[in-house]
Design a binder for this molecule. Sequence first.
Ligand code: PLP
Length: 292
Amino acid sequence: MATRFALMIVPADADEERADFADSFTAVDASAPALSVGELSTQRGDGVFESIGVIDGHPQEIEPHVQRLAHSAALCDLPAPNLEQWRQAVAVAAAECPPGEAVVKLILSRGVEHGPTPTAWATASKAADFSAARTRGIRVVTLDRGYDVGAAERAPWLLLGAKTLSYAVNMAALREAHRRGADDAVFLTSDGYVLEAPTASLILRFGDRFVTPAPSGGILHGTTQLSVYEHLAGLGHDAGYAQIPATDLSRADAAWLVSSVRLAAPITAIDGASLAIDPLTAELNAFLLSPR
Ligand code: PLP
């Protein structure tokens, strides 16, 4: 979807306390060039980002998103973001969103090569229509991510738990899933454990128990998964984290890919084996569409 609004941000120091950061924001023409050719986000994907769902102008779960931005920045040795400045940038961008479903993106890059500061900006766009994925579901295939379950801890420079701008691998996995006749992918470790999807978290249901792979560094801790877990706990369900062998996938009674903009997409087939859509799906999406 075309970007409707773009806001350049002069990043403030993390500890700068100010009630109003408006003078550090400049709205720019979203269809005009805005970045320098020396920008390391475009040359190397060297930066971090967040995508925040916006419903009728209300940005969802701002706090978990800005906290995760800070976590990703720390993993990448980027200067710590000023969280209050980013909260205010979210509010400014969300106010420019069209009615209905939209998305605000936050981007913090290492900046221009040899430059003094990071580059930061926020955008607002209308969201794609995900109603078919939410109601009719999606088929997934499992794909080897090529790292074993201990890789994140052993090799933190792989940045496996950071939401970096380097999504070329994630996009390649989606193309491979499409080539295999599926809509999406679920990454597995090379030693056979379940991870996440290229742009979403995985939640499985076994009877009354809901399980998601433990975010022990190898995957992102999804803000949507956290929201869904809070909701499930409120409904009295047991929802927890585990190291899930890929062989357990065929035992699941239901499964979803969950993320900030598509929300809860029920999985109807894993590697060609059918899975029923859980009746809870509609209620999960109604909850995720309500102001949070
Ligand atoms: N995992 C990956 C790799 C993602 O890119 C995303 C979202 O883009 C998620 C999980 C889900 O995160 P969230 O629910 O915060 O959108």
